[in-house]
Ligand binder design. Structure first.
Ligand code: NAD
Length: 356
């Protein structure tokens, strides 16, 4: 069992626990940080048959009154209509400010539930129970919540920190290879940003034997950054490595390219662009592309630089007529570079050159 405590500058502190079998004891774990209350337990149609009963029974036996709410699986549930239904369900369950929400699922359920918890009654507490590798290594930590709008990804959202994150590594056993690869993309991203040992697990190790270490390393890195900059005014922007292109790819594909796969392509694009611009050595660039491919991730982009640049202009990372992009300078270090939005297409063009 691994435990990490995240503390924000505002003094919000929460435990992030990782280990096998955590969901069976989630009731007693939660009782350590919250008195018995109503819990809106949100999950999706794939996760419900696998883990809903375990979580509901454990919470109920610890004295919590559980109200399950199951939404369709997939990115389309990060939407205003699904958010509206969830908020109405919270009203119907008579949730008050002393009650809480629990997100049992991947990043979609975490983002949706966190947003609902952040705005229902101007904010109630919530916990994250991540069941995908992507949610465990990234999405469940740090308090970013959102739904998508027709005009773009994550365009409505707020920062709302969970009061606890409980990641049962046993849930990773039921993931498809595709969904495991999604998580690998965010873990490799973290390795490129600041953890060479994490990168090495994917470059030459056996990730399937190392999930507890992978999650612990990724969480430790993200928690350090979030503790310094919870609302992404500065250093937290680094976590967006590969994400400007990734969000454009998700939208251009109508979300048929999953988030993690899009992040892999976006990371490959900034890697090639950094190499072309003399910021990253060719050996390091080749190692990054190799490692993404070793994790069964795509590195070739099906869209043009112009298509992606047009969508990226609407991205949250844009500010006025400028945007901050993240570029790798070596494995374990990346830099932020502000550029005019008008220069983004040229950057993407550099990143698309040399695709095999
Ligand atoms: P997801 O939540 O859609 O889960 C992927 C699929 O796996 C779904 O079909 C789901 O039903 C299924 N699933 C989940 N757990 C399972 C299990 N244990 N066994 C079998 N099937 C299971 O996708 P994701 O990749 O977890 O998350 C992607 C989302 O996370 C995107 O919307 C992305 O924007 C968001 N995200 C948020 C943050 C953040 O900081 N808030 C960071 C990264 C990504």
């Amino acid at each position: 069992m691994n435990e990490h405590i995240l503390t924000t500058p505002a003094g919000e502190t929460y435990p992030i626990l990782t280990g096998a079998g955590l969901l069976q004891s989630i009731g007693t774990r939660l009782a350590e940080i919250a008195k018995p209350c109503r819990v809106m337990l949100v999950t999706d149609e794939n996760v419900a048959p696998l883990y809903l009963d375990t979580v509901r029974d454990s919470l109920a036996s610890a004295g919590f009154s559980v109200h399950p709410h199951v939404v369709p699986a997939g990115e389309n549930s990060k939407s205003i209509p699904v958010l509206g239904e969830l908020l109405e369900a919270m009203c119907e369950a008579h949730l008050t400010r002393s009650d809480l929400a629990a997100a049992l699922g991947g990043g979609v359920i975490g983002d949706l539930t966190g947003f609902a918890a952040g705005c229902y009654l101007r904010g109630i507490r919530f916990v994250q129970l991540p069941t995908t590798l992507l949610a465990a290594v990234d999405a469940s930590v740090g308090g970013k919540t959102a739904v998508n709008l027709v005009h773009g990804k994550n365009l409505a959202g707020l920062f709302h920190q969970p009061i606890g994150v409980y990641c049962d590594t046993g849930t990773l056993n039921t993931l498809t290879p595709h969904t495991l690869a999604d998580g690998a993309a965010e873990a490799i991203k973290t390795g490129i940003l600041g953890d060479g040992a994490l990168f090495a697990i994917y470059e030459s190790g056996d990730p399937a034997q190392s999930y507890e270490e992978i999650i612990a390393r990724a969480v430790a890195y993200k928690a350090k950054i979030v503790a310094e900059d919870p609302t992404e005014k500065g250093v937290r922007k680094l976590l967006n490595l590969g994400h400007t292109a990734a969000h454009a790819i998700e939208i251009l594909s109508d979300f048929s390219v999953s988030h993690g796969h899009a992040v892999a392509i976006g990371t490959a694009i900034v890697t090639r662009a950094a190499q072309k611009r003399g910021m990253l050595g060719s050996d390091a660039a080749a190692r990054i592309i190799y490692t993404l491919r070793r994790a069964q991730l795509p590195t070739e982009c099906p869209y043009t630089a112009a298509q992606m640049a047009q969508i990226a202009a609407l991205d949250k990372k844009a500010a006025g007529t400028g945007i901050t992009v993240i570029l790798p300078v070596r494995i374990g270090e990346c830099v932020m570079q502000k550029m005019p939005l008008a220069d983004l297409e040229a950057l993407f063009s550099d990143g698309l050159e040399g695709q095999s």
